[in-house]
Design a binder for this molecule. Structure first.
Ligand code: NAP
Length: 260
């Protein structure tokens, strides 16, 4: 029997990259989606070194035709098999401007990346999973899909919408044995975030530990630290593993206790 197959968006960086590698380490062949081919190829090399197959799919998720063409290539490569779909790609859009300070184009980019693209992918891959009567979908949302935040209206709306998409898909696919869940991370210490904290420390002449402490206090994180990518990876592995067999349509909050 062939190896299980996973399709992971946002696989060129941060959490999606860690998820793709963890799935490969667990024996999956993995399709890697992002815009930066060289970064995806790095991940593919890491996966090949584990003895698994990787398919690099350079796709701008704002482009529906590119998504369709990429999924055609993917299904050809996997011979029609898809066991796991993780929608991890995301964007916050412009940081901080409040409603009135940004336009429809910015709103569309955030909704297009965080909500429309997962819908476009589900449109193609959920029927494949349902026909096979097996499959696990994990959508990476955010705890700003569970609460509003000034300066993040588009982002919060997109992640909130992804919850509705996930729950509805779960109800539709449940009778075919396919689960669909949503992980709501709070801040994750990915390279992009670490860079921002380091830049703030340099600008303020402060040390990085002090900047992080202030950030954690501002974000109101009871456990006192941002997540590591591994915290999200472990939840993905739980949901696609035996522990997730009877869990669907749920929002699993991994944010150090912000949403309680
Ligand atoms: N980091 C956090 O603090 C945090 C907190 C809560 C939720 N989240 C969510 O967790 C997920 C992962 O976040 P992250 O911070 O780990 O990621 P990241 O380091 O910011 O990387 C973003 C990923 O999304 C991909 N991407 C963005 N726009 C795309 C587009 N138009 N087409 C194709 N790919 C696109 C990027 O690929 P390319 O650059 O190659 O295009 C990259 O792989 C996201 O859904 C994010 O909203 C993150």
């Amino acid at each position: 029997m062939s190896a299980p197959v996973a399709f992971v968006t946002g696989a060129s960086a941060g959490t999606g990259r860690e998820i793709a590698c963890a799935l490969a380490a667990q024996g999956h062949d993995v399709a890697l989606v992002g815009r930066r081919t060289a970064a995806l190829e790095d991940v593919a090399a890491e996966i090949a070194a584990m003895g698994r197959r990787a398919l690099v799919l350079t796709i701008d998720l704002l482009d529906g035709a590119a998504i369709d063409a990429g999924i055609d290539r993917f299904l050809d490569w996997s011979q029609g098999r898809v066991d796991v779909l993780v929608n991890a790609a995301g964007t916050t859009g412009p940081l901080s401007p409040q409603i009135g300070g940004f336009g429809l184009a910015d709103f569309d980019t955030v909704i297009g990346t965080n909500l429309r693209a997962p819908f476009a992918i589900l449109t193609r891959l959920l029927p494949v999973m349902r026909a096979a009567r097996t499959g696990r979908v994990v959508n990476i949302g955010g705890n700003h899909g569970m609460r509003g935040r000034a300066g993040r209206a588009s982002y919060s709306a997109s992640k909130w919408g992804l919850r509705g998409l996930s729950r509805s898909a779960a109800l539709e696919a449940g009778p075919d044995g396919v689960t669909v869940n949503y992980i709501a991370p709070g801040p994750i210490a990915v390279p992009r975030m670490r860079k921002a904290w380091a830049e703030r420390a340099a600008a303020e002449g402060a040390d990085e530990a002090a900047v992080l402490e202030t950030y954690v206090a501002d974000m109101g994180i009871p456990l006192g630290r941002p997540s590591e990518p591994a915290d999200i990876v472990n939840m993905v592995l739980f949901l696609i593993g035996p522990g997730g067999r009877n869990i669907t349509g749920q929002e699993l909050v991994v944010d150090g206790g912000v949403i309680v």
